[in-house]
Design a protein around this ligand. Sequence first.
Ligand SMILES: Cc1cc2nc3c(=O)[nH]c(=O)nc-3n(C[C@H](O)[C@H](O)[C@H](O)COP(=O)(O)O)c2cc1C
Ligand code: SF4
Ligand code: SF4
Length: 279
Amino acid sequence: MEQTANRIGIYVFSGTGNTLKCAKALETALTEQGVPVRLHEIADGSETVTERDLVLCYPVYGFNMPRILKTFCRNLAIGGNVWFLKTSGEPLHLNDNSSAQMIRILKKKGYRIKGEFHYIMPYNMVFRHTDELASLMWQTAKERIPDAAKKIAAGEETPVVAPLSAKFVSALYRIEHWFYPRNGRLFRVDPKKCVHCQKCVKNCPTKNITYADGKFRFGKHCIGCVRCSFRCPTGAIHIGLIDFMRVNGPYDFTRDPASAVPGRFLKASYERYFADRRD
Ligand SMILES: Cc1cc2nc3c(=O)[nH]c(=O)nc-3n(C[C@H](O)[C@H](O)[C@H](O)COP(=O)(O)O)c2cc1C
Ligand code: SF4
Ligand code: SF4
């Protein structure tokens, strides 16, 4: 097996691309710092990991991590250093406990938790941010990620702490891990809108969508990543009980960030985040 003791492995799960963008920026920044690094995408959580030191990257789902990250952590064998990079749509401390379940698993395996980096990226669920705000989020993340790379390169350790409110809310929302596979069975394709491109079938990370005899079938392995509905070119996929929160189609991250104006929703929190302080 290839010797990778000194290389850092960046392992990414990203439903709709935000976290992958940030992870790639971290890979570039670490390389510029002279740190040997390789980025791998997590497909189903059973990936073979050869590096001792890891950066685990994920989007926050219901104030927790996606279930697939838990599977990934359970399958890890050897203990080294671990950092987390996470993205979320809200700049709130209520998201601060999202790594807790992974931290418990990793500590038992002898991993040392070195820190967590949190970037706000546009919602792929709940409602659509403007492209200008999405561009400002991306610009802000790109400006801050080199600082994370410096801390990783220096082996700096920052405790991952969460207020009681975040612990309470994340414990409450763990029910979403139970909800997504059940809600996934309620997904439907609008035959009037579908152009049969098969993107949804090919891209589902859990291979939960099948197409036969002109019909789509949604199985019981949905993790709620919304990749299928977000990337559907015609917005043909209804996502069950949470369809009222569906966001369809990629953001244009090339708009002028200077013209971004946070909406009324959590306005002060977004402004504080962009000014380098959070709620
Ligand atoms: C099922 C689901 C639950 C989410 N829950 C939260 C949440 O609790 N807090 C938050 O700030 N954002 C939440 N989001 C928004 C995502 O974390 C955010 O858009 C993220 O950047 C998406 O990353 P990705 O493109 O890598 O999948 C949620 C998104 C989805 C699909
Ligand atoms: S991605 Fe949308 S248009 Fe393409 S096959 Fe799936 S539902 Fe139909
Ligand atoms: S069915 Fe859609 S939301 Fe569910 S895991 Fe697959 S791509 Fe993600």
